[in-house]
Design a protein around this ligand. Structure first.
Ligand SMILES: [Zn+2]
Length: 98
């Protein structure tokens, strides 16, 4: 029935690994969590800010996994208070609904 070729776009997308599920995905499917040079943790929606970044799927499951295993802290090599992580999680979920 559906014999449509799967890859219609051969464009090369940069891939990053999600710190939640550890799967590689194209950057457009991921959100970038950024640690700025000032030590601030935020969601980088442009993907262009400088700093150290960690990538997450837009999924509450991946966020929860990363949160539980403290992978954001590991990926960004810094301590992140739970309150900050919670705020990021909420913001991500809002994105998801919006
Ligand atoms: Zn993931």
């Amino acid at each position: 029935m559906s014999n449509a070729p799967k890859e219609k776009t051969k464009k090369k997308m940069p891939e990053r690994k999600c710190v939640g599920c550890n799967e590689r995905r194209s950057k457009s499917e991921l959100v970038r969590i950024l640690r700025t040079p000032e030590g601030e943790i935020l969601i980088d929606r442009t993907g262009k800010k400088s700093g150290r970044g960690a990538y997450l799927c837009r999924s509450s499951t991946c966020f929860a996994k990363a949160h539980r295993a403290r992978r954001l802290q590991t990926a960004l090599s810094c301590e992140i208070p739970d309150s900050v992580i919670d705020a990021i999680g909420k913001e991500l979920m809002q994105d998801h609904e919006g």
